[in-house]
Write a protein that binds this ligand. Sequence first.
Ligand code: PMP
Length: 439
Amino acid sequence: MMKKPLSMNRSEKLFAEAQKYIPGGVNSPVRSFRSVGGRPFVASHGKGPYLFDVDGNRYIDLVGSWGALIHGHSHPRIVQAIRSALEKGSSFGVSCELEYRLCEKIVRSVPSLEMVRLVNSGTEACISAARLARAYTGRSLILKFNGHFHGHGDSFLVAAGSGLATLGMSDSAGVTKETSSQTLVAEFNSIESIQNLFKKHGHEVAGVILEVVSGNMGVVLPEMDFLRELRHLCTQHGSVLIFDEVMTGFRLSMAGAQGIYMIQPDLSCFGKVIGAGLPVAAYGGRKEIMEKVAPVGPMYQSGTLSGNPLGAAAGLAALEIIEEDDNSFFQGLDHSTSHWANAMRSHIEYKSYPVSVAQIGSMMTMFFCPDVPLNFKEAKMADLERFKAFFWGLLERGVYYPPSQFESCFLSSQHVSSVMEQVTEASIEALDEAFEGPN
Ligand code: PMP
């Protein structure tokens, strides 16, 4: 695969100017490429599996707007759906039929949902779900997991990594001690960790929130016994179990990760795929709990643009395209992703590199540590310098891999086998270069 030094003159110029009026020149921190060093490219447009920058470079996009683009960039059906909706108006301030249809489709697709409410971002969905868990139980504490990300709501900006974090040490300036003391942090996949916290605080835990399949520390899969025990503890103690399926919802199956692991949460959060690149997210669950939401119940949550017709049209089109494929849609995605994953595993074994590959469906992470991590502590043992070299090696070969070790790749239905062959070839070369230097 041809490696070429990237010309990024215009990107660099735009980014330098943007830093004068936007913090760090970005509207969301990971876009700054700080974790891989160097400067980010600035997008000009996207088509299918490709993303183009303002200097005319073309990249095979493995990020897919962080999971939103399950049909790739500017899919004609989605573009058309948005266009038709736009011609009738961009926002009404009252309900419209499109948003009703999207809600109905979401509820019908996920067996644990009886009702759903649309919001505008995954952050909003998770904040609302936590508030609802508190409203429903009349309790204060939220339990989350080390390394899991649920957007930037104050209660969730608490990480662990040490025993102290379990007591609620904040990860972001500006979050008060009072707020972070209401968040408990457990270790993912550790039954002991959740049993201990429930033993001590069980009667105060309003809700437990987790990424069933985690994508925000790289892809980390759950162990079945751990999920079962978590469900059991929540039921036993009357705590609301919240699955954050912002990444996994409608990506791993129509019923999300819960449809694969067959564990029912009380509430779920969605985002990304259900908006097909427009700002749509949702939270939903059992009717008894959802009826605590205003105007039926006392938990207040609202949004000027919630249920926006453009977002609803885009999301609806995205879900319809998936459904038309008669269950083979997700198999197809899994096939192309696992093909790449297996090719990498063979090469890693052949060369004895200390690298491991975690994959489920269209989500995949190459960890620069010998064993696939089970939790954030293990993920953090990855060799970040080698990861950086790998990232830039791929970019120079025209493949845009997530610019952080602690993220997942998200493939789309447009990543057909000829595209994935190029990704595999480039990944092998970039890996060799990261370990053996340029040849
Ligand atoms: N939950 C999870 C699991 C996520 O991955 C994200 C974003 N990557 C969020 C919540 C927050 O979503 P948003 O960026 O739309 O606010």
